[in-house]
Design a protein around this ligand. Structure first.
Ligand SMILES: Cc1cc2nc3c(=O)[nH]c(=O)nc-3n(C[C@H](O)[C@H](O)[C@H](O)COP(=O)(O)OP(=O)(O)OC[C@H]3O[C@@H](n4cnc5c(N)ncnc54)[C@H](O)[C@@H]3O)c2cc1C
Length: 539
């Protein structure tokens, strides 16, 4: 007799899959028959790296599911089948293809959808969004017969999409409603600096523009009309104007949703029904929808722990972010707008090199509260560690943002980090876990990545992971390979000298002459920080 309970997961996106991967690694999995509904025509893939589809990565390359995962773990997945209804009285889920499953526990991981403002004409041909592989296929097809493209929305994702349009060969515009780009993350000076950087890439930026109509163009397929009377002809319009949680299925069965959407969850990620959890971008915790993957992963781990009988809680997540746009380094940490009462601000602005850095520190100058980096984000990893771990700042905090006019890298000694310091926020890997893996025999970045999963998410922790590894291996008496990374067989000091002596002006030039491959999250920012004070560039 089958005494197992049934657990149903709706949505096999990034967070749904992270939940399943954690669940099958926990003995509690043996208590459940697990069934998941996957609306998309393929299993979970890496949306964070979606833009790499345009640099040749296939849907298979982006997959987050190990081959054989579902077969080996005994999970039933219904691909291309959307869960249509939840009947809470009978505890059943019914899919669009007519499958009915009775559940004991249900996890909603339905993600979000791109919000498209309801301006007249928003649904015309070649008006697109940027969320799924199918969206990118549609974009690539539309770009083939287009000359001009407009991205509506100058946030993180909009700028990433603008880079994609540019790379597809279109004359590219970004239209932003707010008076500056990345308005959520940047202050006025940072936004202005970013604008000049983006314009240097050949993207035309229009801020303070309210689109009121999209209609037939005269020279292009479409014409955008703005509230101020101006017009912009374009073949293609790409909306990147925010996300909205996919909470319809929850509304429909009368689960509590927030006034502006999102399935309300408590600290255990439980909805208003004690047998239904919600995780990821569909979930509203403490009035907040997180549009980032790491908080969703933390929610997924919380639910697995709760199912296993532990008292685990989701307690919020850091929203620091870094733009993944080659050629424009932008990052924002914590209280970037200095809203904390009595916070002090240090700012460094270098108009010639288009570098802007701002530190927000506590009144006693002891702790970092926030930061904005534009043009050179090489100190992002270091600053993030100061911020996340409450590490005491150096006597002169501005030394962390002033340009290093020497071959010294201004970094944080990895030994200053406590073992509890989070190195990789995507997979919640602490310095302690990294040290344990090193003690167990990992002595290359590849081995550490495979063993711990650190640096396999957004890649933002690559440099920090390497410096922790080097420091730990040195302590164990290993001769540490001091190469900057796999692309440059030089230490920073050597690269500094080569750049100065040979008057190298760009990252690509340095790579061609002294490196190999395409570069990575370690060498790109490091070289940028050497080039920046000389007026040279990374592109
Ligand atoms: C281009 C791009 C770049 C990004 N870059 C970053 C970044 O650098 N850093 C970062 O942290 N985040 C980034 N994000 C955001 C990140 O991708 C999301 O935070 C993450 O995907 C959220 O995971 P999720 O599982 O909640 O939602 P999703 O990944 O969207 O998955 C939800 C899944 O559920 C499915 N679904 C919905 N309803 C149903 C139903 N009724 N039945 C069956 N299936 C259903 C959907 O089709 C979807 O496949 C980026 C997003 C995009 C689009």
């Amino acid at each position: 007799m089958n005494i197992k309970k049934t657990l149903v997961v709706i949505g096999n996106g990034m967070v749904g899959q992270h939940f399943l991967a954690n669940l099958v690694a926990n003995p509690i999995k043996d208590n459940y028959d697990i069934v998941t509904f996957c609306e998309e025509p393929r299993v979970a893939y890496d949306r964070v790296h979606l833009s790499e589809f345009f640099s040749g990565k296939s849907a298979e390359d982006l997959s987050l599911v190990e081959p054989g995962f579902f077969e080996q773990s005994g999970i039933t997945i219904h691909i291309g089948d959307k869960a249509a209804k939840i009947y809470r009285d009978s505890k059943t889920v019914v899919s669009e293809k007519g499958i009915t499953i009775r559940y004991d526990k249900l996890v909603l991981a339905t993600g979000s959808f791109p919000f498209v403002p309801p301006v007249p004409g928003h649904d015309r041909a070649q008006c697109l969004v940027y969320r799924t592989i199918e969206d990118l296929e549609a974009l690539a097809a539309a770009a083939k017969n287009s000359k001009v493209g407009v991205v509506v929305g100058g946030g993180l994702l909009g700028l990433e999409a603008a880079k994609a349009l540019k790379d597809l060969g279109l004359q590219t515009h970004v239209v932003e409603f707010a008076p500056r780009l990345m308005a959520v993350q940047l202050d006025d000076a940072g936004g202005a600096m970013l604008r000049s950087k983006i314009e240097d890439l050949g993207v035309i930026v229009h801020t303070g523009k309210n689109t009121s109509l999209i209609t037939d163009g005269e020279h292009c397929a479409n014409k955008m009309c703005f509230a101020d009377g101006e017009e912009l002809e374009t073949d293609l319009v790409l909306f990147s104007t925010g996300i909205r949680p996919r909470d319809d299925i929850a509304r429909d069965c009368a689960l509590e949703v927030g006034p502006r959407g999102g399935i309300v969850i408590n600290d255990q990620c439980l909805t208003s029904d004690p047998d239904i959890y919600a995780i990821g971008e569909c979930a509203l915790w403490n009035g907040m929808i997180y549009g980032l993957v790491a908080p969703g992963y933390a929610m997924a781990r919380t639910v697995v722990a709760n199912l296993a009988g532990k008292m685990a809680y989701f307690t919020g997540a850091d929203m620091s972010t870094k733009l993944k746009l080659m050629g424009v380094d932008v990052a924002s940490i914590g209280d970037a707008h200095a809203k904390t009462p009595s916070a002090l601000v240090y700012a460094y602005q270098n108009g010639a090199d288009a570098v802007y850095k701002r530190l927000v520190v506590s009144e006693d100058k002891q702790f970092l509260l926030g930061a904005v980096l534009v043009g050179d984000a090489s100190s992002y990893g270091t600053l993030l560690q100061y911020y996340l771990n409450g590490i005491e700042l150096p006597e002169n905090p501005d030394s962390l943002i002033l340009p290093s006019r020497s071959d010294e890298s201004v970094g944080l000694d990895p030994d200053a980090l406590p073992l509890s310091a989070q190195i990789c926020s995507c997979y919640d890997i602490t310095k302690g876990a990294v040290c344990q893996a090193i003690e167990a025999g990992c002595n290359t970045i590849g081995e550490l990545k495979a063993q711990t999963k650190a640096d396999t998410g957004c890649g933002g922790c690559a440099a920090l992971l390497k410096s922790v590894m080097d420091s730990e291996l040195a302590k164990q008496g290993y001769e540490v390979n001091t190469d900057l990374c796999e692309h440059f067989a030089y230490i920073r000091q050597d690269l500094y000298t080569l750049i100065r002596v040979e008057e190298i002006k760009t990252f690509n030039n340095l790579l061609e002459r002294y490196g190999k491959g395409k570069g990575c999250e370690i060498c790109k920012p490091e070289v940028a920080s050497i080039l920046a004070p000389t007026g040279m560039t990374i592109s």
